[in-house]
Design a protein around this ligand. Structure first.
Ligand SMILES: [Mg+2]
Length: 111
């Protein structure tokens, strides 16, 4: 199984289209971002934690953030992968990066 942004977007569009609004998904996204912050605060010792696996929890909360981010794009028929490649190209020029995502992906796909 290989998870792609396109497949995740198609799945989330099917899951949420007509059943959730971008506003309700944004509220969930903010909630999940708070959960990421909470885990990071625990890892930094700024918040008490029990014997939790904080790396596993961080992964789960980051997955939740991606879930709702892609869901908002999906129900708006936004091709997030295409936008990410275009924005990275602009940033790579602006910040003089030695490589951009598109070139990286071409080399990565050839492996
Ligand atoms: Mg969560």
């Amino acid at each position: 199984m290989k998870l792609t942004i396109e497949a995740l977007a198609a799945y989330l569009n099917q899951l949420y289209s007509g059943k959730a609004t971008e506003q309700s998904l944004m509220m969930k996204l903010v909630e999940e971002m708070g959960e990421v912050a909470e885990v990071l605060n625990k890892r930094a010792g700024f918040k008490a934690s029990q014997d939790e696996n904080l790396t596993r929890e961080l992964g789960e909360e980051l997955a939740d953030v991606i879930h709702y981010t892609v869901a908002i794009a999906a129900i708006n028929q936004i091709d997030l992968a295409q936008v990410m490649v275009r924005k990275d190209r602009i940033a790579s020029i602006k910040y003089h990066h030695p490589i951009n995502l598109e070139d990286f992906l071409e080399a990565f796909d050839q492996k």
